[in-house]
Design a protein around this ligand. Structure first.
Ligand code: FAD
Length: 400
């Protein structure tokens, strides 16, 4: 019987097995994951689940019955090795599973902070449900909370922690890697207005403490009191299996336009995959639900006989302090930006252009712009600056 084996039961692994069944795949479907329980989604971990307004049930992607109904085998365990010659994987417990197609959906793990004291009790991170549970518990008893890293996870944590925190960012603006300066400035003000302290351009050189963390030392020598430190300084892709199996790894498992590795039986999807993205005109790795879900669907259709390459428009959302930011496209080297609407009203969009075509749109509390942007970015060619200017940069009007 034709077997598809998926390693990693997070967002993309779950979607791959679900989509295989939706598309009528009638072979064996096996989902191997090393986290306890049924597959769950991560976005609420730094939002409603952290805030205590969503429970365990709302994290689950499907309840247990789904897997039985769809004849999807859930295997608990960690894959230790891929034996490509024999087309099978070996788990840490010594059991083996054979495959006809293997999908690597191993995600990413949090980057650690390379400074003294980073392993003190009270220094936590946020990736898994267990991490979120630990954070919720620690928050209840903490007086001084310091967040290291002003990216999406750090900022969402701050927004949903339910108390003022200090956010430390080494770059001179928040969301430096993923948003335009206009958006960075807006979110810095949003968090300051919510009562948080935002320190920019400050590295962390050490964490100090005794039986637990007590202080965070900054690059200018300042020591901040802290009894809970959340390290949110990005992730590294989980690529060890692929690397050991001799597959190409370079900031993720390298795949082609069909998300296939050099081994025709092995695919990689989601946070762990470095894929050719037409919106970036380069190989990139994306960390988003859209990317995980759409890549999983694409591989499921490839396995069931479709030949189309993966070409979904990248998009992303984040919720912070009542503000929803949605991003469509990829902000790769924009050379011009246009702000539509008034940041002061809390509703605006930033249009980014490169070589006089639209490449990305960031929308703050303007969902209609976001939906229009996703449609516009599927157009070929992408909308030229001059034509959008003629429509007064009204994306919906331009679409008509
Ligand atoms: P994961 O969901 O990380 O799943 C990978 C799984 O593989 C994990 O369970 C891992 O333990 C397992 N695994 C790894 N190696 C092995 C092995 N050898 N054997 C067995 N199992 C293995 N994205 C958005 O678009 N919007 C958001 O608002 C948003 N919020 C987020 C909030 C948080 C707190 C986090 C952590 C992420 C958020 N994301 C958000 C990102 C999004 O959740 C990820 O991009 C998505 O989960 C990636 O899916 P994945 O399947 O590639 O990886």
């Amino acid at each position: 019987q034709n077997t598809v084996l998926v390693v990693g039961s997070g967002q993309s692994g779950f979607q791959a097995v679900a989509s295989l069944r939706t598309l009528g795949f009638d072979g064996r479907v096996v989902l191997i994951g090393d986290e306890p329980g049924v597959p769950y989604q991560r976005p609420p971990l730094s939002k409603a689940y952290l805030a205590g307004t969503a429970g365990l049930q709302q994290l689950h992607l499907r309840d247990e019955d789904f897997y039985a109904e769809k004849d999807i085998e859930l295997v608990a365990g960690r894959v230790a090795e891929i034996d490509r010659a024999a087309s099978k994987v070996r788990l840490e417990d010594g059991t083996e599973q054979g495959y006809d197609h293997l999908i690597l959906a191993t995600g990413a793990r949090n980057r650690t902070l390379p400074v003294p004291g980073a392993d003190l009790p009270g220094v936590l991170t946020l990736r898994t449900r267990d991490d979120a549970d630990r954070l919720r518990e620690s928050l209840a008893g903490a007086e001084n909370v310091v967040v290291i890293g002003g990216g999406f996870i750090g900022l969402e944590f701050a927004a949903h922690a339910g108390r003022p925190v200090t956010i430390i960012e080494a770059q001179d603006r928040l969301l430096n890697r993923v948003a335009t300066p206009e958006i960075s400035a807006y979110f810095a003000e949003l968090h300051r207005n919510a009562g948080h302290t935002v320190l920019l351009g400050q590295g962390v050189t050490a964490l100090h403490g005794d039986e637990r963390v007590r202080e965070v030392e900054l690059s200018d020598g300042t020591r901040l009191p802290a009894d809970l430190v959340v390290v949110a300084v990005g992730v590294v892709p989980e690529t060890a299996l692929a690397e050991a199996a001799g597959l190409s790894v370079d900031n993720g498992v390298v795949v082609d336009a069909h998300l296939r590795t050099a081994d025709p039986k092995i695919f990689a999807i989601g946070d762990c995959a470095n894929f050719p993205c037409m919106w970036a005109d380069a190989l990139i790795r994306l960390e988003s639900v859209q990317n995980a879900v759409d890549q999983a669907r694409s591989v499921a259709s490839t396995i069931t006989g479709t030949t189309a390459p993966y070409e979904s428009v990248p998009w992303f959302w984040t919720d912070q302090s009542g503000t929803k930011l949605q991003i469509a496209g990829i902000l790769a080297n924009p050379d011009r930006t246009v702000v539509v609407g008034e940041p002061a009203t809390g509703k605006f969009s930033v249009l980014s252009f490169r070589d006089d075509v639209l490449i990305a749109v960031e929308s703050v509390n303007r969902p209609a712009d976001h939906i229009a942007a996703r449609r516009l970015l599927t157009a070929d060619p992408w909308p030229p600056y001059a034509e959008l200017e003629n429509s007064a940069f009204d994306l919906k009007a331009y679409l008509k």
